[in-house]
Design a protein around this ligand. Sequence first.
Ligand SMILES: [Zn+2]
Length: 379
Amino acid sequence: MEMIVKVTSATPAAPLSDLLRLPLGLDIWEVKPDHLILRAPEAPIERLTQMGYGVEPMQPVAEHLSAFATAEAIAGYHSAETLEQDLRQLAESHPEIAELREIGRSVENRPIWALRIGDRKGSQDKLLFMGCHHAREWIAVEVPFRLARELVEQAADPKIAGWLSTGEIWVAPMVNPDGHEHCRTRERLWRKNRRRNPDGSIGVDPNRNYGYMWGTLNVPTSSQVPSDETYVGPRAFSEPETRAVRDLVAREMFRGVVTYHSYSQLILYPWGYTDKPVIDSQDREGMIGLANQMRDLMKGVHGVVYTAQQSSALYPTAGDTTDWTYGEYGIPSFTIELRPKSHLEGGFILPPSQIEPTWEENRPAAFRFIEQLLEPAAG
Ligand SMILES: [Zn+2]
């Protein structure tokens, strides 16, 4: 039976940090200083016990699903189709500032959409917000969608009008539509895209497939084993979803990128591939400062605590989005892990009653990011 388990270090000979460095094929959900939460079938769980780890079963996965993946929970979120309809409606009702662009197609030929928001004069100052590289992280569609909707519908607000007259904000809320659709209709905990791998397994992790330091790790959180949840793919940019983002970023030359994920309530900045900090002190201090400001703004709304930290402090990843956008283009780049804090609150299956509060607390953080990077005086 597949279980959600809590893993602790039972002996100094088997430290938790080793688990994040050995290729064991685990689906790691949470990384805390003294324990990990992961999903695994029985065989790997037995192996962990044999290796000297403390393994505490928390809940059968089926029970977690029946508690959280209710019909109401599914109905509260966008599908690929309803997202397209809503983005199209925003563009068609505000053609002077919004334009729907297909930036590429998925493995299964679904369009990947971005809404370009800004007046039509053309601008050098552009920002990119993305969501849902990982299929099961549905709240990561809803937050960037609501950002796009607010920018379009409140475009008369003086602050937003200022941004849209001098800059452009691009929002691509669902980078992995195939995975999302599979997750919505078949396997609620599906993570990767829907690539058919040569060994018969399905899926490449799009957030390990970008071309900066790609493939330099082989660990549970960045794996070279095709059947693993974090499979990096056969080569950098092997997937049409990451190529769509690559080509968009190369063409538009954004000044900054935010990519939404869930869960754990974190604001992550590069690097992911190494524990070493970013060398350029101005870049490093700029990203840390902005991450801390976003954290404080988030907390100010509902008192919910997000933690700002270097990405590798969560776990090692090579080939993620923000290592690439910072490593290749030197632009401020953040991965925001949204609500909830733990699997006990639903984990990847955030109750729909939390969509609006999650957006409300992320709104001022996204606005601060935009202000900082689009208003030259503030920058
Ligand atoms: Zn994710």
